[in-house]
Ligand binder design. Sequence first.
Ligand code: NAD
Ligand code: TYD
Length: 367
Amino acid sequence: MILVTGGAGFIGSNFILDWLAHSEEPVINLDKLTYAGNLENLNSLKGNPRHIFVRGDIADSELVAQLLSEHRPRAILNFAAESHVDRSIHGPEAFIQTNIVGTYRLLETARAFYKDLDERAASCFRFLHVSTDEVYGSLSSGASPFTEEHKYEPNSPYSATKAASDHLVRAYYHTYGLPVLTTNCSNNYGPYHFPEKLIPLCIHNALAGRPLPIYGDGLQIRDWLYVRDHCSAIRRVLEAGKVGETYNVGGWNEMANISVVQSVCEILDELKPKENGSSYAAQITFVTDRPGHDRRYAIDAEKISTELGWQPKETFETGIRKTVQWYLDNPSWVANVTSGAYQSWVGQHYGSGLNTTARRTSPHVDT
Ligand code: NAD
Ligand code: TYD
């Protein structure tokens, strides 16, 4: 089996659904269930014995060691992180704790486990670290997209902590021989995306008749990838990636924020036209820019394409249409997330603290 951390978050939950649709191999899902972790994302796995959920922190070495020795996974895939740039600007502490200290403790526990594996198990074992293109910093217009050789120049507390975690992963390979793989992916979008990030926030606000906030001039560029394409890239890197290597993952799809939001509005105008006949685009509102806002990210995905034969399946046009349709089809998920109802469920289910007695292991998602 494999151990996935952060599997109740946006990408981690998509990954688990994708994994179980492609493989018989069970998954242990270790997630702390912060505000970003939502077990409703995994409702379709209710009763599925191939999904074992454990609430806990990647920094809890005792718990992780116990999980490793009990389940003996052949791989650890680390999705767990604090992931929102704006939150990192308001309060970097949690980012340092999870992204740096948490990754360090997870690596250390993995190293102890790996050291005692027999030769056969050790040759198969992998530690795959899921990271971001934001570690490379901001590209000027006209500069070539980020390759794996690009120097690290993180500019936000979020990207600085992810960069630190990437360096630790690299160090555990070079120093201790831990068989690591790192993926650096561009901005994802798709189902189960928490509505604090640009695309789901705009879909939600548009439908609620609220402003669609665009930071600064809206001409900042991101390279958008449909989340299921990111999941297939991670599966491929786990399967065939060369130990110690990093792989950039992206969809060759650079777009200015304003164009992304306009696309969302156009699709909503078509799928759920407003009664007064006006466009959702009329709700676009320019607001104060994010401090230190990176101007442009773009991924050169040549290495993963030529070495591992990975290609994204969705274009932005097909992926964004699926995404908008998913939010229209799942109003109760959005309502529970935005009202915080899922968090009161977590409180009732696990208790408010995160200590050993509040932990719960269940062979299925029991929502
Ligand atoms: P997310 O914020 O939606 O989910 C993070 C998950 O990690 C949540 O379920 C949360 O409860 C869990 N978590 C947080 N701290 C934890 C801890 N200490 N121990 C255990 N679980 C913990 O994030 P996401 O968007 O799904 O991102 C997943 C990973 O992918 C992150 O490492 C992120 O840096 C990376 N990434 C994200 C994007 C993107 O566009 N969202 C792009 C590239 C890379
Ligand atoms: P976001 O989804 O937060 O991802 P990231 O900061 O990791 O790239 O933001 C995507 C882009 O959209 C980024 O340039 C910031 C911008 N943005 C807005 O203009 N308005 C918003 O309300 C948000 C959340 C983001």
